[in-house]
Design a protein around this ligand. Structure first.
Ligand SMILES: Cc1ncc(COP(=O)(O)O)c(C=O)c1O
Length: 401
């Protein structure tokens, strides 16, 4: 057996099979490139589902992490530490908001947003006890915890994991009529991805986010934008909501906030909304730890300059122009997305998303399917234009275009 096969067999023997990874074993990575245990190089077209927006081994982020490793890494929130205040202040400012509640993973941040909205509903809006409802969209992906999968519409995510948490109402994504009739006096929040990532990088109809903003403002309902995947530069703006000039009441952030080094997530909102929590009502041993704050502070500094957003916008235009050409060949039936982020529906006659991903792997490009024959393309924002073109040439080649 090859080293790759050995390592995959060892992993398969001793891990729960919750993923179906491509047959490649990565040993090192730098920028937009990864190298496997046999020395083969691959262009990363996934970027850890957008956790690696700033690339592998980003110097500024690694230096910030290394410096913090030598100082202090964990205090728990039982004590203050000297990075926490700056992290909260700078992240709130980046969001144009006031208050930050840090967690670790995206799903935890979504759970935190659910608790926030419910408590706000009872204490501020005056919803009767136990009656709070949150409106969500079909085909959403907000994580894997039991409450979060309770409002998933994906049978794979839900089946056999009930009983489910009540209090959610699902409406079709992009359908304002359904949204309007779903919102009642007991609705505390509308929770949406401004672009649905896992669903295949679905961009809602123009005006949808702005209409949701107007409705939620009129009906005294929190607009919670899950920007775990869409936020922090990916779409060419700091937040995907900005494309419609929308500012939600609550941002849910994760992935790239940890620079691909440590898990860092956060709920960011106003003092009124996050002010509903009292000590003991919510928390996390690792949430807001010094290492996380040090790395995230550097991520925030990088986003403050706007250079990564600008690069995502510029390269994104190039990416979408080239994918549009591919669509013209008939091999691709639809292309969606914004910035350096695209969902590509391949004509099923040319293979499933998985098969195309495997063919791309053979040609040195790492990409992952979402559903059926849809590929998600999300390279690190630091990718070079020539590398991007080379990766797209490989996609063209495997589709026989
Ligand atoms: C929009 C969105 N929310 C939440 C999550 C969950 O994040 P995590 O995997 O860090 O729990 C994801 C993960 O892909 C996501 O795309």
């Amino acid at each position: 057996m090859s080293a790759t096969e050995d390592l995959i067999a060892a992993a398969d023997a001793h891990s729960a099979h919750t993923y179906h990874p491509l047959p490649v074993v990565i040993a090192t990575a730098d920028g937009a490139w990864m190298t496997d245990v046999e020395g083969r190089r691959y262009l990363d077209f996934l970027a850890g589902y957008s956790a690696l927006n700033f690339g592998h081994g980003n110097r500024r982020l690694v230096d910030a992490a290394r410096a913090q490793l030598e100082r202090v890494t964990l205090t728990s929130r039982a004590f203050h530490h000297d990075r926490f205040g700056a992290f909260c202040e700078r992240l709130a400012a980046l969001c144009g908001m006031e208050t930050v509640l840090p967690m670790n993973t995206g799903a935890e941040a979504v759970e935190t947003a659910v608790k926030t909205a419910r408590k706000w509903g009872y204490k501020v809006k005056g919803v009767p006890a136990e009656m709070a409802k949150i409106v969500v969209a079909g085909n959403n992906f907000h994580g894997r915890t039991t409450t979060v999968i309770s409002f998933s519409t994906d049978p794979e995510a839900r089946a056999d994991f009930g009983p489910y948490t009540p209090g959610f109402q699902i409406v079709p994504y992009g359908d304002m009529t359904a949204m309007r009739s779903a919102v009642t006096e007991n609705t505390v929040a509308v929770l949406l991805e401004p672009i649905q990532g896992e669903a295949g990088v679905l961009v809602p109809p123009a005006g949808y986010l702005a209409a949701v903003r107007e409705l939620t403002r009129e009906r005294n309902v929190l607009f919670v934008a899950d920007e775990v995947q869409s936020g922090l530069g990916r779409t060419g703006r700091t937040f995907a909501c900005e494309h419609e000039g929308v500012v939600p009441d609550v941002y849910v952030l994760g992935k790239a906030l940890g620079g691909g080094i440590v898990p860092v997530s956060a709920v960011v909102s106003s003092r009124e909304v996050l002010g509903v929590f009292r000590p003991g009502e919510h928390g996390s041993t690792f949430g807001g730890n010094p290492l996380a704050c040090a790395v995230a502070l550097e991520v925030i500094a990088m986003l403050e300059s706007g250079e990564h957003q600008a690069r995502a916008a510029e390269l994104g235009e190039h990416l979408h122009r080239r994918l549009g050409e591919l669509a013209g060949t008939g091999r691709v039936t639809a292309v969606r997305g914004r910035g350096l982020w695209a969902g590509v529906d391949v004509d099923p006659a040319h293979g499933t998303g998985r098969e195309i991903s495997e063919r791309l792997l053979d040609r040195g490009v790492l990409v992952k399917d979402t559903h059926g024959s849809t590929l998600r393309i999300a390279p690190p924002l630091v990718i070079g234009e020539q590398d991007l073109d080379w990766g797209l040439d490989q996609l063209r080649a495997v589709l026989g275009a």
